[in-house]
Design a protein around this ligand. Structure first.
Ligand code: ATP
Length: 302
C-alpha cells in the first residue's frame, strides 16, 4: 500500500518554483531517505506532506486524504525538525504527556528509557535546551510517538557524533520492532544509508531518482585510466562526474558494463572503481558552475 501518492506536485513562492510537477509514491513501512542540496525543496515537500502548507498545484494524498489541515493525517503522523516550538511554560515531561494523550501508539516506556539514557532533565524547558539537546528531545518524541508516518527533517542538527550514532541505532531497533513509514531528510547520506530502504533524490524541483539504496550503491562506476582510452569508453554515455589531471582521468558513468566489457576495460588498462551512494548523490546534484577549485583558479588568473 502507498502511504503517499504525489502527482505533478508543484509549489511556487512568487516566481520561484521550488517543486516542479513532482511525482512519486512512498510505500508503507519503508524508511526513505530524502536527499537534495541546500534549498532543493526537501523541507517544503515535507511540510506539504504533513499538511502544514498547501501545494500550489498538482495532487497529493497521504493515507488517501489531502493532507492540508487534515486531522486524520495529523493524528497519524509526526513531523520532527529543528523549528519545532512548544508553549514556553511547558517542561519536557509535560510535552511528552501531551504527546501521549494525542498519539494513540505513544510508548512512554521508550520515551522514559531514552530520556534517562540521554540524561535529559524532565523539569527543563524546551527553550532552554542546547541545540543538540533539543534535537535529542525531538528525536525521542518522534520515536516514542510510533506514528504510522514519521518524518524526520534533518533530525541530527547539533547532535554530536556519538548521539547521532545512538539515534540511528535507536531508530533502526524501534523500526524493526514496530515497522512504520519513515522519511528522513539528511545531508549525511553516508551516515544513514545503512538505515534506508529507498532513496528519493530531489533535483530541480523534481524526483530525480527514486530507487532502493541497494540499487543506488551499484548505480554508477568510475573509470580511471588514460584520458584518451577512457574517452573511447565513455563516448555517447552520460558523464556524471569527471576529474582530470595531466593525461589521466577519473570519469563516472552509469554502471551498465557487461562482463565482456569489463574484461576489455582491464585489457585497456582502465580500472573500475565503485562509487558510493553519497558520492552519486553529490555528483548528480552538483552545480553546473564547475568545482570550488574553479573559483580560486579564476581569482588567481586575474
Ligand atoms: N516561505 C517561503 N517563502 C519564500 N521562499 C521560500 C519559503 N520557504 C522556502 N522557500 C524557498 O524554497 C526553496 C527550498 O527551500 P527548502 O527549505 O524547502 O529547501 P531544503 O532542501 O530543505 O534546504 P536545506 O537543505 O538548506 O534545509 C529555497 O530557495 C527557499 O528559499
Amino acid at each position: 500500500m502507498n502511504v503517499i501518492n504525489c502527482t505533478d506536485l508543484t509549489k511556487t513562492y512568487g516566481r520561484h518554483t521550488v517543486l516542479d510537477h513532482m511525482s512519486f509514491t512512498i510505500q508503507e513501512n519503508k524508511i526513505t531517505g530524502l536527499i537534495g542540496r541546500n534549498g532543493a525543496g526537501k523541507t517544503t515537500l515535507l511540510n506539504i506532506i504533513s499538511g502544514f502548507i498547501h501545494e500550489t498545484s498538482g495532487h497529493i494524498e497521504v493515507f488517501s486524504e489531502a493532507p492540508f489541515n487534515n486531522l486524520f493525517v495529523s493524528a497519524n503522523s509526526i513531523h520532527i525538525d529543528d523549528q519545532m516550538t512548544f508553549p514556553p511554560s511547558m517542561n519536557l515531561a509535560e510535552i511528552l504527556k501531551e504527546a501521549e494523550s494525542f498519539y494513540g501508539n505513544f510508548n512512554s516506556e521508550l520515551a522514559d528509557g531514552l530520556f534517562n539514557y540521554f540524561s535529559l532533565n524532565p523539569k527543563q524547558l524546551h527553550n532552554n535546551l542546547s541545540k543538540g539537546m533539543k534535537s535529542t528531545f525531538n528525536m525521542i518524541l518522534g520515536l516514542a510517538s510510533r506514528c504510522a508516518l514519521t518524518i524526520f527533517d534533518e533530525p541530527t542538527t547539533g547532535m554530536d557524533a556519538a548521539v547521532r550514532k545512538d539515534f540511528y541505532r535507536a531508530l533502526l531497533k524501534d523500526y524493526i520492532a514496530f515497522p512504520r513509514t519513515i522519511i528522513i531528510s539528511s545531508h549525511h547520506l553516508n551516515e544513514i544509508e545503512d538505515l534506508l530502504e529507498d532513496v528519493l533524490l530531489i533535483k530541480d524541483g523534481k524526483a530525480h531518482l527514486h530507487l532502493p539504496i541497494s540499487e543506488l550503491k551499484e548505480w554508477a562506476v568510475g573509470l580511471q585510466g588514460k584520458k584518451s582510452t577512457v574517452a573511447g569508453w565513455t563516448h555517447g554515455r552520460e558523464i556524471i562526474y569527471k576529474q582530470e589531471s595531466e593525461n589521466r582521468t577519473f570519469t563516472v558513468v552509469r554502471n551498465n558494463f557487461n562482463e565482456s566489457d569489463k574484461q576489455s576495460l582491464k585489457l585497456d588498462d582502465i580500472e573500475l572503481k565503485s562509487v558510493s551512494s553519497s558520492d552519486v548523490c553529490v555528483y548528480l546534484t552538483g552545480s553546473d558552475k564547475g568545482g570550488i577549485d574553479d573559483v580560486f583558479n579564476r581569482i588567481e588568473s586575474i
